[in-house]
Design a protein around this ligand. Sequence first.
Ligand SMILES: Cc1cc2nc3c(=O)[nH]c(=O)nc-3n(C[C@H](O)[C@H](O)[C@H](O)COP(=O)(O)OP(=O)(O)OC[C@H]3O[C@@H](n4cnc5c(N)ncnc54)[C@H](O)[C@@H]3O)c2cc1C
Length: 485
Amino acid sequence: MLSDAAHVPGGFAEGVAFPRNESEVASLVVSAARVLPIGAQSSLTGGATPRGEVVLGTRALSAIGSPSSGRVRVGAGVALAELQRTLGASNLYYPPVPTFDGAFVGGTIATNAAGPATFKYGSTRRWVEAITIVLASGAVLDLTRNETVASPEGWFEIEHTTGQVVRVPVPQYAMPDVPKLSAGYFARPGMDLVDLFVGSEGTLGIVTGATLKVIPRPRRCLALMLCDGDDQAIAVASALREETFSAWKGLGLLDVAAIEYMDQHALRAVPDEAFSRAHVARPPGQSVMLLVQIEVGPDEEAALARLHSVLESAGVDDPYLAASGDERGAERLFSLREAVPSSVNAIVAAAQAAYPQVEKTAGDMVVPFPRLADSIELYRAAFESRGLDYAIWGHVSDGNLHPNLVPRTFDDVQRGREVILEIARGVVGMGGAPLAEHGVGRSALKQQLLRELYGEDGIDQMRAVKRALDPEWKLAPGVLFSSGQ
Ligand SMILES: Cc1cc2nc3c(=O)[nH]c(=O)nc-3n(C[C@H](O)[C@H](O)[C@H](O)COP(=O)(O)OP(=O)(O)OC[C@H]3O[C@@H](n4cnc5c(N)ncnc54)[C@H](O)[C@@H]3O)c2cc1C
């Protein structure tokens, strides 16, 4: 309760409550001086670590309605794994799941979570059809997409419980054109009010429930392949993306939803047991791996034949395959991918035991896909020029990778922070963003990256939005930015 998955020490709280409905949420918000909403606390940014607030746990907001017409009404405290289980009974599926499916619906909306399959399905934002929000004033907003859009002059009007109407300005900064972004407030001329709350990390209101779009459950197979280095991996990812764009136009057979990348350093961090469990041989030397999720129709064989011919043209050997329906095979391959962050995190924890100030120091970078090769080169050079150990993995089909420091000492961490800042600047220069999916939270480094992206003026524009909706700075204070006072 006093810490999230970023494991920043020193969390403390005024109290904790688990309201069961929106009126209990509203009463709590009205009576407390400062409130931090939390979901599953899987945040990697310290955003769900309390600093003296009343912690508003959402787990009792756990209702799941009956899906109908491709929509389902869900409480903020429902874990995505639970939602998928319920939807599975009707052969339905909610696509924009992060790698950690224990995250709650409210938390994923608050961070605009994304994940491996963003390539095909986009981030959480696209799937939120309606949302219920409790504001800092205790007012409850029921918002449905396309019903409330910003005025041509660039503001929303919102009525508080007192009857007072406030104008909320739409920030003027230009967001980078990338497939996923969790970098403060969404801003676009004529934007929908729903979008202001998606990705606002609990600072503008508390999500109590949402109506989400769902789809028929896709049939999926998995292929894990070995590439002899980055050039070959990028060539394969590129070819698979092109094949998929053709398939989406009805001109091809290979419909890829996600391509995950694990570099040689990341694979080296994974223990032998994890390879044995996955029934995969440890790759030699400088090899990197790609894990590809392919959605298949009735003609799975034809899709796999197409995959083989793409791989053959790229000079890549036959992959490890889990055909559709082979759930155990798929679990095994996924377990190898999951072993990458957990193995690196275990190394961080071991260094922390010796040097308590050590913390996870990692990037969440996204670049337009054509700049992927440049970005990987940039990440490697920044670590290597400082003699630092590192590992890189992530959602390569979106150009979204997580360059991670593998620290030995606190000195490594300090230099690792310089790396993250340096590569963030490079990524912004490539038209990308250093805050792709995990959000900003209370991490001083990530708040600095937000300033790199939008400048002080952009942060001031976000503060103006916050001030209009939460003048007492009651909700999630210190998340995204300081009050600036
Ligand atoms: C192993 C691992 C893998 C991960 N992989 C991914 C990934 O692939 N993609 C990705 O996007 N993220 C990933 N994450 C990060 C994390 O899972 C996401 O940020 C997730 O969306 C957080 O959900 P949560 O319920 O745990 O929210 P929390 O961590 O509890 O909260 C996150 C933020 O949202 C706010 N918040 C929570 N609930 C509400 C609410 N109801 N109303 C308003 N604000 C609220 C909190 O105040 C906090 O600022 C990963 C994390 C781990 C540990």
